[in-house]
Design a protein around this ligand. Structure first.
Ligand SMILES: [Zn+2]
Ligand SMILES: [Zn+2]
Length: 178
């Protein structure tokens, strides 16, 4: 029997390549597990707000079960290497901000990745209080039919344009013309 894949290997398989960014994501999940006691989320009991859409977000999806499809992974792209995790059952959360401890000249990507994977968590992340409250649970929205293209869209994405309910595509078309 072959050895089960490690967390790192599972993430590399999903992401498609090994890189320092993915390593940051893996260690952030490890820190979240340590701080909040979370395990893999089958539903929405764990929520992650990612402040970037870089490689590390893929590790979050594989290891914590926070995903776009379940609505418990929220991208709030400020371009910061930071991840906030919430555990609903314990009503607790932590914001992990990567400290870039190895951003030195002469450290190549491969070495950087190894350093990130082997460092103490405290060397890698500042643990802060979450800035935002955890989002409300994902809801099923009613849908409306766009009065311009006839396609249906979730009610909360619809816009009013000239008194008509329109989808974001039709709304964007309109604003692009000006
Ligand atoms: Zn990558
Ligand atoms: Zn439309």
């Amino acid at each position: 029997m072959s050895e089960p894949l490690t967390a790192w290997e599972r993430c590399v398989e999903f992401h498609g390549h090994a890189c320092p960014g993915l390593a940051i994501g893996v260690r952030a999940c490890e820190a979240a597990k340590e701080k909040l006691g979370i395990t893999f989320a089958r539903d929405e009991e764990v929520v992650c707000i990612a402040e970037n859409d870089a490689c590390g977000v893929d590790a979050v999806q594989v290891l914590t079960g926070c995903s776009i499809g379940k609505g418990n992974l929220i991208l709030r792209n400020t371009g910061k290497m930071a991840f906030t995790f919430f555990c609903r059952a314990r009503n607790s959360g932590v914001r992990l901000v990567f400290k870039r401890p190895f951003a030195r000249e002469g450290v190549d990507r491969e070495a950087m990745q190894q350093l990130i994977l082997s460092a103490q968590l405290a060397e890698l992340f500042d643990c802060k209080e979450p800035v935002h409250a955890p989002p409300v649970r994902a809801r099923l929205f009613a849908s409306v039919v766009c009065e311009q293209c006839g396609e249906s869209c979730a009610e909360h994405t619809a816009r009013l344009q000239g008194g008509k309910k329109v989808c974001l595509d039709c709304f964007a078309d309109y604003s692009r013309g000006w």
